[in-house]
Design a protein around this ligand. Structure first.
Ligand SMILES: *[C@@H]1O[C@H](CO)[C@@H](O)[C@H](O)[C@H]1NC(C)=O
Ligand SMILES: *[C@@H]1O[C@H](CO)[C@@H](O)[C@H](O)[C@H]1NC(C)=O
Ligand SMILES: *[C@@H]1O[C@H](CO)[C@@H](O)[C@H](O)[C@H]1NC(C)=O
Ligand SMILES: *[C@@H]1O[C@H](CO)[C@@H](O)[C@H](O)[C@H]1NC(C)=O
Length: 754
C-alpha cells in the first residue's frame, strides 16, 4: 500500500498498492482539503534522553518530561493532547502531531535526541505442517507438545473471533505471567485467543479483521486443528497452524489505510509488557537504517526481553537488494512453494495442454473450446496486463482472454476485468521474471495461471491461426510436486542494503498458495465464501516460522531468541523432494540471497546439536561499528559509550551469527565463532567446508569435542583470496560441523572486491 506493506501477494502487488494509495491521497488533498496556510502537522516519532535523575523504567514523571518537549502554546492550550503514544519499552520518547516548526523548537531543548515523521507500513494448510515433516500424533510434533504454554503475539490487521481455528480445545489456560487484555466483546477470547488489542488509529473499536490477512497469519502460526477444512472442496483435510496448542495474542496495527509506524511501536510496547514469548510480523516497508525503522527498533527491545521477532522478507523478488526487516536480531523469512498444486489446465484448439493453477475449480465448466484472444495484441500492448476497464473496447464476450501477470495489477483483479467485460475465462500467463512460478488463487472466473514459457507457446498458437480456441480443464488437488520447495519468484532477495555484512534472508518457509483461516463473511474482492482461503506471500511464510519457533520455545523455554534462530538456521535443508538443490522460479539452483540458510526443517530444528548465541552486548558492539553514539542510543534506548572498553565496535562478520557475509579484497580476514553444545553431553564434531570458489577457507580447530551440555567451544575461520581477477562478484559456500547425529551448517557469502 504505501512505503510499508503487508507482505502478501494476494490482490495488489506492493508497488501498485503504494501508487494507488498515494493517488487517493493526492486526490483527497486536491478535492476536499481547504488550503491551510500554516505548515501541516504530522505524526513524528520523538526520541529523547531521560533526565539525569530518572530511573529507567520508572514511568512516574515520564508524562511531564515528554510534554516538556512540546511547544509552549500547545502544552497549555485546550486542544486535545497532540501526543499519540507514550512509549515505555521500545523507545525512550513518544509520538506526537507536530509541524516542522514545532520540531525546530524541540531540537533546542535539553535532552532532545532525534525526531522524524513516522512512516507508513503495510500488510504485505493445510498441508504445510506435513510437508515440513510434522504429523499429528507422530514424532516431533507431539514431542514438542504442539507449542503448549508459548504465547505468540501477532501484529497484523486483527482477528476473526469465533473462527474454528481459534477454538481452545486442548489448550491450557495462559501462563500466570500473562498480563494482556481482550478488547473483543463477550467471551470471544479463550485459552487459544488470550488477548486482542487494537492500535490501528483509523479503525477504532474491537480488533476485528476486516481484511483477512491477520486471521490468515494468526491461524498459520497457531491455529488449532480443524477437520474438513477446504476451499471450493480443494486441499481438503485437517487444517492447523504450526503450533496448534500455543496461545495467540493479537495486536491490530493495520487498517485499510495501512499500518502507521507509531501504532506499530505502541503495539510492540504493549506486547512486551503483556508477556508474549514471540512476535510474528508480516508487515514491512522499504529498507532503512535501523535507527529509522520502527520494526527494527521495536524488535531490538523485544529481543532484549527474550522475545524472538519473526518477520516477512518482503515480496519484491526476484530482484536483488529487495529485502526489508533485515536487522540481525530479527528472523527474516523468505517464501517457498509446497508440493501441492491445484491444477487448472489450458487446453488449446491444437490439442496442446498446459498445466497451470487456480484455486477456483469449476467442475461443470464445459470442455467445449471457446474463442481465445490475446488482450495485448488488440492494438494496445499495455492492455496485456488486463487493467480494470482496459478491455471495454475489445470484444471479449464469451471468450477466453490471455492476460499477463504484473504491470501493477493484482492477479485476481485481472480476472475481474475480464469478467466485467463479459469474458468467459482467463489464461493468466507469467511475465518473464516470474518464469515458472504459478499460484493457486481464488479467481472470480474460470482461470488457469500458467508459466511464462507456456504463455509464450499460447501466444504463438494465437498468432498461428485465424481462429484460436481454448478452454480450461479443472483437475483438482495434486500432491507430490518434486520441485518443491522452490523459492517463490516474489520472495525478496539479499544482499541486505541496511547491513550488507549480515547475510539475509535467514531462512525460507512455505509461502505460496497457503490454506489458512479467513473471515467468514462473503469476501467480495476474491471468490471466497469459505472460512478458509489460500493466499501467497512472504506474509504467509513468516507465521510458519513463528509457529516453528514456538515449538522450539516450548521444548527449550530457556533459550535466547538468537539460540532459537540458530537452531532453525543451522538445521535447514538445501535440497528439494527430488534431492536436487532448491531451485528458483527459473528452475535453476537458487542462490544464497534467495534461500539464506535454506528451507526450514522443524524436526531437525527441535534438536540442533549446537547453537550460536548472541547477547545484547554483542549487538550493541556491532551497532557501535555501524552508527554514531546518538543513532545507537535511539535503537538501544540508553546512552552508550561506543569508545569505551565495554562496547568496542565490531563489524558484522564478528557477530556470532549463524552465517557469514563478508567482503574480501587483498588481505585475509579471520573471525571467531562460538558454539554451545545443546545435544548429548559427550559429543564430537568434525568440520566440513563446502568450497567457496576462488576463496581459501580455513577452520581451526578441525574437531570440537564436548564433554558437557551447555559447554561452549570457539573456533576461527580465515578467508583469503586464491586469485585476484574477480571484482564485484559474489561467491558462496558453507561450513558444517558434523557429528554422528547432527549436521550444524552455516552458509557463507563472499563479495569479491578489489
Ligand atoms: C505474435 O504476433 C505479434 C504481432 O503480430 C508479434 O509482435 C509477436 O511477437 C508474436 N508472438 C509470438 C509468440 O509469436
Ligand atoms: C529430478 O532429478 C533428475 C536427475 O537429478 C532430473 O533428471 C529430473 O528432471 C528432476 N525432476 C524434477 C521434477 O525436477
Ligand atoms: C458484497 O456482496 C454483497 C452480497 O453480494 C453485497 O450486498 C455488498 O454490497 C457487496 N459489498 C461491496 C463492498 O461490494
Ligand atoms: C573494482 O570495482 C570497483 C567498483 O566498480 C572500482 O571502484 C575499483 O576501481 C575496481 N578495482 C579494480 C582493481 O579494478
Amino acid at each position: 500500500m504505501f512505503q510499508h506493506r503487508i507482505a502478501q501477494q494476494k490482490n495488489c502487488k506492493p508497488l501498485p498498492k503504494m501508487i494507488c494509495v498515494f493517488l487517493l491521497f493526492v486526490i483527497s488533498l486536491l478535492s476536499s482539503q481547504p488550503v491551510i496556510a500554516q505548515s501541516t502537522r504530522q505524526t513524528y516519532i520523538v526520541h529523547v534522553n531521560l533526565p539525569a535523575d530518572q530511573v529507567p523504567g520508572e514511568s512516574r514523571d515520564l508524562e511531564t518530561w515528554y510534554r516538556s518537549f512540546l511547544p509552549e502554546a500547545t502544552a497549555n492550550s485546550e486542544e486535545p493532547s497532540r501526543i499519540r503514544h507514550r512509549y515505555r519499552n521500545v523507545v525512550t520518547g513518544f509520538a506526537a502531531k507536530l509541524s516542522p516548526e514545532d520540531v525546530k523548537e524541540m531540537e533546542k531543548k535539553e535532552g532532545f535526541l532525534h525526531a522524524r515523521p513516522e512512516k507508513m507500513y503495510a500488510l504485505k494448510t493445510t498441508h504445510s505442517p506435513n510437508f515440513l515433516g510434522l504429523y499429528q500424533n507422530l514424532g516431533s510434533w507431539p514431542e514438542s507438545d504442539y507449542g503448549k504454554g508459548v504465547i505468540i503475539g501477532v501484529l497484523d490487521s486483527g482477528i476473526t473471533p469465533g473462527h474454528p481455528s481459534f477454538d481452545d480445545e486442548g489448550v491450557p489456560p495462559p501462563p500466570a505471567r500473562w498480563k494482556g487484555k481482550c478488547e473483543l466483546k463477550g467471551t470471544a477470547c479463550n485459552n487459544k485467543l488470550i488477548g486482542a488489542r487494537n492500535f490501528a488509529r483509523d479503525d477504532p473499536g474491537p480488533p476485528i479483521d476486516h481484511d483477512g490477512h491477520g486471521t490468515h497469519t494468526a491461524s498459520t502460526a497457531a491455529g488449532n486443528f480443524v477437520s474438513g477444512a477446504n476451499v471450493f472442496g480443494q486441499a481438503n483435510g485437517v487444517a492447523s497452524g504450526l503450533s496448534p496448542l500455543a496461545h495467540l495474542a493479537i495486536y491490530k496495527v493495520c487498517s485499510e489505510e495501512g499500518c502507521y509506524e507509531s501504532d506499530i511501536l505502541a503495539a510492540f510496547d504493549a506486547a512486551i509488557e503483556d508477556g508474549v514469548n514471540l512476535l510474528s510480523i508480516s508487515i514491512g516497508g522499504i529498507s532503512a537504517p535501523f535507527y529509522e525503522d520502527g520494526i527494527a527498533l521495536g524488535a531490538f527491545s523485544a529481543m532484549e526481553k527474550g522475545i524472538l521477532v519473526s518477520c516477512s522478507a518482503n515480496n519484491d523478488g526476484p530482484n536483488y537488494f529487495s529485502l526489508e526487516n533485515e536487522a540481525p536480531w530479527i528472523l527474516t523469512v523468505g517464501a517457498s512453494t509446497i508440493d501441492r498444486k491445484i491444477v487448472a489446465t489450458a487446453l488449446l484448439g491444437n490439442q496442446e495442454e498446459y498445466d497451470g493453477q487456480s484455486l477456483y475449480q469449476i467442475h461443470d465448466f464445459p470442455a467445449t473450446l471457446l474463442p481465445l484472444i490475446n488482450a495485448g495484441s488488440q492494438g494496445n500492448k499495455a492492455d496485456e496486463f488486463c487493467a480494470p476497464g482496459s478491455l471495454n473496447d475489445i470484444d471479449v464476450k464469451g471468450k477466453v482472454v490471455l492476460c499477463v501477470r504484473g504491470g501493477g495489477i493484482a492477479r485476481i483483479a485481472k480476472g475481474q476485468t475480464v469478467k466485467d467485460a463479459g469474458g468467459a475465462a482467463m489464461i493468466l500467463m507469467n511475465d518473464k521474471p516470474d518464469a515458472y512460478d504459478t499460484l493457486a488463487d481464488a479467481h472470480v472466473l474460470p482461470a488457469a495461471h500458467v508459466s511464462y514459457a507456456d504463455g509464450e507457446k499460447i501466444r504463438a498458437y494465437i498468432n498461428s491461426t485465424s481462429n484460436p480456441k481454448a478452454t480450461i480443464l479443472f483437475k483438482g488437488t495434486v500432491i507430490g510436486d518434486k520441485t518443491a520447495p522452490m523459492v517463490a519468484s516474489y520472495s525478496s532477495r539479499g544482499p541486505s542494503l541496511a547491513s550488507p555484512l549480515i547475510l539475509k534472508p535467514d531462512i525460507i518457509g512455505p509461502g505460496s498458495s497457503i490454506l489458512a483461516a479467513w473471515p467468514k463473511p462473503v469476501d467480495n474482492t476474491t471468490n471466497v465464501k469459505a472460512t478458509f482461503n489460500m493466499i501467497s506471500g512472504t506474509s504467509m511464510a513468516c507465521p510458519h516460522l513463528s509457529g516453528i519457533a514456538a515449538l522450539i520455545k516450548s521444548v527449550h523455554p530457556d533459550w535466547s531468541p538468537a539460540m532459537i534462530k540458530s537452531a532453525i538456521m543451522t538445521s535447514a535443508t538445501q535440497t528439494n523432494l527430488n534431492n536436487s538443490l532448491i531451485l528458483d522460479q527459473r528452475l535453476l539452483p537458487a542462490d544464497i540471497f534467495a534461500t539464506g540458510a535454506g528451507h526450514v526443517n522443524p524436526p531437525r530444528a527441535l534438536d540442533p546439536g549446537l547453537v550460536y548465541d548472541i547477547k545484547t552486548r554483542d549487538y550493541i558492539s556491532y551497532l557501535c561499528y555501524m552508527y554514531t553514539e546518538n543513532q545507537v542510543a535511539i535503537i538501544v534506548n540508553r546512552k552508550i559509550n561506543c569508545g569505551g572498553s565495554e562496547y568496542k565496535g565490531v563489524p558484522g562478520p564478528q557477530l556470532n551469527y549463524p552465517s557469514f557475509a563478508i567482503q574480501l579484497g587483498y588481505g585475509s580476514q579471520t573471525y571467531p565463532r562460538t558454539v554451545t553444545n545443546v545435544g548429548d553431553a559427550k559429543s564430537s564434531y568434525y568440520v566440513q567446508i563446502e568450497n567457496v570458489p576462488g576463496v581459501d577457507v580455513t577452520v581451526e580447530p578441525k574437531v570440537l569435542a564436548f564433554s558437557k551440555v551447555n559447554q561452549k567451544k570457539t573456533y576461527t575461520v580465515s578467508f583469503s583470496r586464491q586469485d585476484f581477477t574477480a571484482n564485484g562478484s559474489y561467491v558462496q559456500g558453507s561450513i558444517a560441523w558434523i557429528s554422528v547425529k547432527h549436521i550444524v551448517r552455516i552458509p557463507v557469502s563472499v563479495h569479491l572486491v578489489l
